[in-house]
Design a protein around this ligand. Structure first.
Ligand code: SF4
Length: 482
């Protein structure tokens, strides 16, 4: 089972270790470069890309501003359509709900559609503790699971693996948990995909319960939407008797019409395609067709904390396309594991500290996992100002470290504001500056200041104040202006 990331070292330590893995660096450069070029090609085809991005951001911002209303509407629509809605405040509650739902069916295994939300809460591990096997059915997730590994990319979780490594994993592990690979398996991609297809088919046909996430949840109709490339999701969403979907509360969209915008933004930004191969939508229960027992777990797990932050909340616009990872020079070199989360790269650096708080070493270090080059913000399909958020979160980390005690800079700025707010104080300050200017004589710069002020002056060459200010000169030459 793929492990969770609890107890990870801080980013800088993990990144240093990852940089030593030259094979991983080569795999990442090749894979991200290919997706980047494809994305650029299909985005350039559109002459309204910026308008689409603005529309996507506006729809998401509207949802975030009225999240309470849309969530209640979504619950009503889902219930009307025959689904059962559950609310989970955190990962523990969500895992407890899902585990008890699976237990109630008597099933000892589930098939899973690729889902970031279930990885975020460590659902596979929770099910394992309860004696329930969770089989990942997305090809890359299968590789990660069979390799007892962790995902390193949002869209391509096994991006750090090459074909030869995947072949080895299949040969070593597949037979232990189901249909083994054929003898003579090579590292030809077609053969590897066929081995996975045969291995998974047995599980699809046997499973009584499926677990999914959702890319979008439509408040107006109660429709859930899963966007995928392989068709494995469609199998999970239609064959089993019970379907449980764990959905982050920020995934809600007001109407089906809003999908039009995101179905243009998402495939282009994620896989570099004009449209994705499989888009599955389902609305509660359809008698005699597909799962007849449908549950939706609406997950908070830190999202309302992020929502409360006026600047940070824009991270909740994210549609998990991974475009920001593919252009990030830091991610391309260190890979995803160093971020200590299922959300790596620039989005991970702004989302994890908001969802999990900044108490752990790794979450405190993530806002610094960037050169602030701005490439991530440039490609984000929902216009998240990622560099701005990184700086915002750095400020939060520094403030928390100071334990509420204001910094020297903050004290100085407050003093300056007090002085500038009254012209008499400002004149007195200028008089003081003239005196110090005369005292410093012919010196060009003020040099090193004493005590804690040296931290400021050590890195700057501040010019000495003039012996006579402009105001004094004017008064001497032209008389008092008042
Ligand atoms: S932050 Fe933007 S670019 Fe990055 S994954 Fe989310 S939507 Fe995509």
């Amino acid at each position: 089972m793929s492990g969770t990331f609890i107890g990870m070292p801080k980013f800088q330590t993990a990144a240093k270790e990852a940089l030593g893995n030259s094979q991983q660096r080569r795999n990442l450069q090749h894979a991200t470069g290919t997706i980047r070029r494809k994305r650029a090609g299909v985005v350039d085809e559109l002459n309204n890309w910026d308008e689409l991005r603005q529309a996507g951001a506006a729809i998401k911002d509207n949802v975030l501003s009225h999240l309470d209303t849309y969530l209640v509407q979504l619950e009503e629509s889902l219930t009307q359509a025959g689904a059962t809605v559950h609310w989970a405040a955190d990962a523990e509650e969500a895992n407890r709900i899902v585990t008890s739902l699976v237990r109630a069916t008597g099933a000892e295994e589930v098939v899973k559609v690729k889902s970031m939300a279930t990885q975020e809460i460590g659902l596979n591990e929770a099910l394992e503790v309860a004696g329930i096997n969770a089989w990942e059915t997305d090809l890359a997730e299968l590789i990660v699971q069979l390799g007892h590994d962790k995902p390193s990319h949002i869209l391509v979780p096994a991006i750090h693996r090459n074909r030869a490594e995947i072949r080895e994993i299949f040969l070593r592990e597949m037979g232990q948990v189901g249909t083994p690979p054929p003898t003579g398996l090579t590292s030809n991609p077609r053969e590897l995909a066929e081995a996975a297809r045969v291995h998974l088919r047995e599980k699809f046909l046997r499973a009584k319960v499926a677990i999914s996430g959702a890319n979008f949840a439509i408040a107006e109709t109660g429709t859930l939407v899963v966007v995928e490339s392989e068709g494995n999701g469609r199998m999970c969403l239609t064959l089993p008797e019970t379907l449980i979907s764990v959905v982050g509360i920020e995934k809600v969209l007001p109407t089906l019409e809003d999908l039009e915008v995101f179905m243009q933004l998402l495939p282009r930004s994620s896989t570099g395609e004009r449209m994705n191969p499989y888009t599955s939508t389902w609305t509660g229960i359809t008698p005699g067709d597909g799962p007849q027992d449908v549950h939706v777990v609406l997950l908070d797990n830190g999202r309302t904390d992020a929502l409360a932050d006026q600047v940070g909340r824009q991270a909740l616009r994210c549609i998990r396309c991974s475009a920001c990872l593919n252009v990030c020079p830091v991610y391309q070199r260190v890979g995803g594991h160093a971020y200590g989360s299922v959300y790596p790269g620039p989005i991970g650096a702004i989302l994890n500290p908001q969802l999990r708080g900044t108490t752990s070493d790794v979450d405190q270090s993530l806002p610094y996992a960037s050169s602030l080059c701005g490439a991530c913000g440039d490609v984000c399909p929902v216009n998240i100002e990622i560099p701005e958020l990184l700086v915002h979160l750095r400020t939060r980390v520094v403030d928390e470290h100071r334990g509420g005690i204001p910094s020297g800079e903050q004290i100085a700025m407050k003093g300056a504001a007090w002085m500038f707010s009254d012209h008499r104080r400002w004149e007195k300050a200028q008089k003081g500056a003239e005196l110090s200017g005369r005292a410093l004589g012919k010196k060009d710069t003020i040099g090193r200041l004493p005590g804690p002020l040296s931290a400021w002056s050590d890195a700057r060459d501040a010019p000495t104040p003039p012996a006579e200010s402009f105001r004094s000169w004017w008064k001497r030459e032209k008389g008092d202006p008042r």
